[in-house]
Design a protein around this ligand. Structure first.
Ligand code: BGC
Length: 377
């Protein structure tokens, strides 16, 4: 079943055009609304439907999002010659997204993006023990994070869809019933915006993000090593061997972590054991929407700017992809096949008093925004 949300607009425009026609005796120009959302069924999990929403604009951009994990499965944008291409890694069908080895392709991540050391924190004198799903630490919300649940979804307008989920008290070990919403909106200027809100009935920690793996070559290049990256960050948070921040905030200038001006991702990657998997501290003085990253793929001419309200961004260069996972069109994704740029609060903030706080109290509303702006040059 396909519902076309902008049908009402088209009919209204046709009616207006018909009216103009009778008055002015001219042939009407029937103009379609330029943005649309279509809904379909993507698959089923134990008889429960997983819905897919396809957002389109008139500038050649198309985004598909499924209600399983509020996951972005496709972002199609034109190259400099207008040729469309899918710039995110993903699978051909729901079965891929359900694989235990799915490395969070396109997912919405919660309750807590990235790691919490030893899978625990103390809040108001009480120790909370979380799911230890990553070498004794918690990663991305635990065994069944927000990426592995079916979200409620409703169309908001001709260009946006709202996903919501109520995470029960104790889920993954976190306190508080958490009411979460993510609104995805597409603009006619090739921007995809994600507005996150959350509210709790008991003090808790929240850190939400999006986990798309970008490869702006859209299948033309097997890795992202030739992509050029700029991060609006003079410093980063060094990590130990289990990727837990040491607590230090270290200058990135004149080191392999220096992306303060555009630099090929592959330029210094060999100097970073394992590849990049680090939180960068964004240069900012307030929580307004600001540029965080710019990614350019020269030969296709595709570019991406990321804006956010968040204090940090995780740059993960797809280090754990190893050629064993079969993605879209039967392609086996090698190491560095795609990269993630995840605006977020810093990893392990609940245990790091010097990091910006991720605490959410009852009566407060968590609000964060991520904006992907695609362009060509
Ligand atoms: C983390 C990586 C992790 C990956 C999972 C990233 O956000 O920084 O350490 O392996 O997610 O696919």
């Amino acid at each position: 079943m396909i519902l076309i949300r902008n049908m009402k607009n088209i009919l209204a425009l046709m009616a207006v055009s018909a009216l103009l026609c009778t008055c002015r005796m001219e042939k009407p120009a029937v103009t379609e609304s330029t943005l649309s959302v279509e809904e379909s069924i993507y698959g089923y999990i134990a008889n429960e439907p997983v819905r897919q929403f396809r957002l389109k604009n008139a500038s050649g951009m198309e985004v598909k999002i499924i209600s399983y994990g509020a996951t972005i499965t496709d972002i199609i944008v034109p190259d400099r010659n207008g040729k469309p291409g899918n710039v995110v890694l993903g699978f051909d069908s729901l079965a891929g997204y359900l694989l235990p080895e799915n490395p969070y392709f396109g997912s919405t991540i919660g309750r807590y993006a990235n790691r919490i050391a030893k899978a625990r924190f103390t809040l108001n004198g009480k120790i909370f023990t979380l799911d230890a799903n990553n070498n004794g630490n918690m990663l991305h919300g635990g065994f069944k994070g927000f990426d592995k649940v079916i979200w409620n979804a409703e169309m908001q307008s001709d260009s946006s869809v709202k996903f919501s989920y109520v995470s029960p008290d104790g889920e993954g070990g976190f306190p508080g019933n958490l009411n979460v919403q993510v609104i995805f909106s597409l603009s006619s200027a090739n921007e995809l915006r994600m507005d996150f809100t959350a509210a709790t009935d008991s003090p808790t920690h929240v850190n939400l993000t999006g986990h798309s793996y970008f490869n702006l070559s859209a299948g033309e290049e097997a890795t992202i090593l030739n992509h050029e990256l700029r991060l609006f960050a003079d410093s980063y948070t060094p990590v130990n061997e289990l990727l837990i921040p040491t607590g230090e905030i270290r200058s990135a200038r004149n080191t392999p972590f220096d992306f303060t001006s555009l630099k090929p991702v592959g330029a210094d990657i060999e100097k970073v054991p394992g590849g990049y998997d680090h939180n960068f501290v964004l240069n900012r003085n307030d929580d307004k929407l600001q540029p965080a990253a710019e990614l350019i793929h020269r030969s296709s001419g595709r570019g991406l700017r990321i804006f956010t309200t968040q204090p940090g961004i995780q740059f993960y260069s797809g280090n754990f992809l190893d050629g064993t996972l079969t993605g879209r069109n039967g392609i086996k994704y090698p190491k560095y096949a795609g990269l993630c740029l995840e605006p977020q609060h810093f990893p392990d903030s609940p245990n790091q008093p010097s990091f910006p706080s991720t605490l959410l109290n009852p009566g407060q509303t968590y609000r964060q925004t991520i904006l992907y702006q695609f362009f060509t040059q």
